[in-house]
Design a binder for this molecule. Structure first.
Ligand code: PLP
Length: 399
C-alpha cells in the first residue's frame, strides 16, 4: 500500500514570514498574526526601520522629549535610602516626566511614526488607563484623532482616567464583551484595526508582534543612555547593579539597554509576584513557560494544558500574563535575573521610599525598590533603581 504524504506545514504569507524572521531575540519574538494584519504591520516595520536611521526624525523625537516631557530626567542620589540599605543607590526619576511615568517616551515616539506614515487616527487599548492617558496626551500634542478602547468594567473602575482621556480630546470606546477588561479591549481594538487599516495601532509596552518590541525598546532606550552618562558623571564609574520592575518590560528594557554590553553590571528585573503562588501571580518569567501569546513567542503564564491564564498583581501595570520577548531572551542567556516581588513587599517599599526620601513611587516601581532593598542590604554596592512612575494614583488604596 502506498502512503500519501500530507504536508502539515502551515501556510504563511511571505509578508508574515518576513515579519517573523526580522523580529527575533534568539528564538523569541516574531509575528504570530492573522494574514489581514501582515500588510499593515509590514508597513509599520519598514517605516520604523527607515525613521530610526533618519536624523530629522530623531531630532524631532529628542525635541519633544526635552521640551514637552522635561528630559533628561534626573539621576538622583538617594542619601537616606542608601544609608538605610547600606549601599550607594541612585534613582532614575522617570516619575518626574510629564504625565508621571516612562510611558510618554514611547507614545510620543510612536505618534511621530504614525504621523510620518500619514495615519488618519491613533488607536490604543488600555486597562488601568495609564497607557490610554499617555496616548491621548501624545495624540493631542500632534493634533491627530485618537480612539482608546477599554473594557466597560475597567472604565468604571478608572473613571478619573476616562475623564482625563476625554479632556485630552480622545474618544473612549468601552466594550461589554467577555469580562469587560483589558483582553476584551484588545479584541475590540484589533477588530477596529482590521476594518480601518489606515489607522495606527499604538502599543504601550514591549510586547505584541514585530515590530512593536523593537520599536518600544528603541523609544525607551533614552532612559538607559541618560542613566549611563549620568552615573559616570556623578561617580566616575559604572554601577554594579541596576534594577527595574517588569510588566510587559518597557521601562526595564529602557534602562537595561544602556548597560547590556557592560558585562560587569548585574541586571535585575522585579516581577509582579502577587501572592507568589503559581496560580496567583503576574511573575511571567519566574512561573511561566514559552508559548505564543498575543502575537509573539515569549514566556507566558499558562495552565496545565498550556493555555494562557489570568495574572494577579497589586500593580495594574504589572498585571499581565505575557512578557517582552527580549526579556525572555535575556533570562535564558542569563544576562539578566528576574525575581518575583510580592504585593506586600511592594507596599512596604512604597511606604519606605515615601518616608525616607519624600518620593512616593508608583506601586509598580515599588517592586523594583523592594527587590533592590533586599539584594543590596549591607553590600556597599553602587546601584541604580528605575523609578518608572509616581505614586499619586496609588495613595487611595487601603494600605
Ligand atoms: C505601565 C507601567 C509599568 C509597567 O509597564 P512596563 O512596560 O513593564 O514598563 C511600570 N511602571 C509604571 C509606573 C507604569 O505605568
Amino acid at each position: 500500500m502506498e502512503t500519501q504524504v500530507i504536508s502539515t506545514e502551515i501556510k504563511v504569507s511571505p509578508i508574515a514570514s518576513m515579519l517573523n524572521n526580522n523580529g527575533r531575540y534568539g528564538e523569541y519574538g516574531g509575528a504570530y498574526i492573522p494574514d489581514v494584519l501582515a500588510k499593515p504591520l509590514e508597513n509599520v516595520a519598514l517605516e520604523f526601520d527607515k525613521l530610526s536611521k533618519d536624523k530629522n526624525f530623531n531630532s524631532e523625537f529628542i525635541h519633544y522629549l526635552k521640551q514637552f516631557v522635561g528630559r533628561p530626567s534626573p539621576l538622583y542620589y538617594a542619601k537616606r535610602l542608601s544609608e538605610f540599605v547600606g549601599s550607594t543607590i541612585y534613582l532614575k526619576r522617570e516619575d518626574l516626566n510629564h504625565t508621571g511615568s516612562h510611558k510618554i517616551n514611547n507614545t510620543i515616539g510612536q505618534v511621530l511614526v504614525a504621523k510620518r506614515m500619514g495615519a488618519k487616527e491613533i488607536i490604543a487599548e488600555t486597562g488601568a488607563g495609564q497607557h490610554g492617558v499617555a496616548t491621548a496626551t501624545a495624540a493631542a500634542l500632534m493634533g491627530i484623532p485618537c480612539k482608546v478602547f477599554m473594557g466597560a468594567k475597567d472604565a468604571e473602575r478608572q473613571a478619573l482616567n476616562v475623564r482625563r482621556m476625554k479632556l485630552l480630546g480622545a474618544e473612549v470606546i468601552t466594550t461589554q464583551m467577555g469580562t469587560a477588561t483589558l483582553k476584551d479591549a484588545v479584541d475590540a481594538a484589533l477588530g477596529y484595526y482590521i476594518e480601518h487599516p489606515t489607522s495606527y495601532y499604538l502599543l504601550g509596552s514591549q510586547v505584541g508582534p514585530h515590530p512593536y518590541p523593537r520599536m518600544v525598546g528603541y523609544f525607551q532606550s533614552v532612559i538607559g543612555q541618560e542613566a549611563r552618562n549620568q552615573i559616570l558623571m556623578h561617580e566616575g564609574r559604572l554601577p554594579q547593579a541596576i534594577f527595574a520592575c517588569v510588566g510587559g518590560g518597557s521601562n526595564a528594557i529602557g534602562l537595561f539597554s544602556g548597560f547590556l554590553d557592560d558585562t560587569e553590571v548585574a541586571i535585575y528585573g522585579a516581577e509582579g509576584g502577587g501572592m507568589a503562588q503559581p496560580n496567583n501571580t503576574a511573575a511571567t518569567l519566574s512561573f511561566g513557560k514559552p508559548t505564543v501569546f498575543q502575537g509573539t513567542y515569549s514566556y507566558c503564564l499558562v495552565d496545565s494544558e498550556g493555555n494562557p491564564i489570568e495574572s494577579h498583581s497589586i500593580a495594574a501595570g504589572l498585571d499581565y500574563p505575557g512578557i517582552s520577548p527580549q526579556h525572555a531572551y535575556l533570562k535564558d542567556t542569563k544576562r539578566a535575573n528576574y525575581h518575583p516581588v510580592t504585593d506586600n513587599e511592594a507596599v512596604e517599599a512604597f511606604m519606605l521610599l515615601s518616608k525616607l526620601e519624600g518620593i512616593t513611587p508608583a506601586i509598580e516601581s515599588s517592586h523594583a525598590v523592594a527587590l533592590a532593598t533586599k539584594l543590596l542590604k549591607n553590600k556597599e554596592m553602587l546601584a541604580i533603581i528605575n523609578l518608572s512612575g509616581r505614586g499619586d494614583k496609588d495613595v487611595d488604596r487601603k494600605l
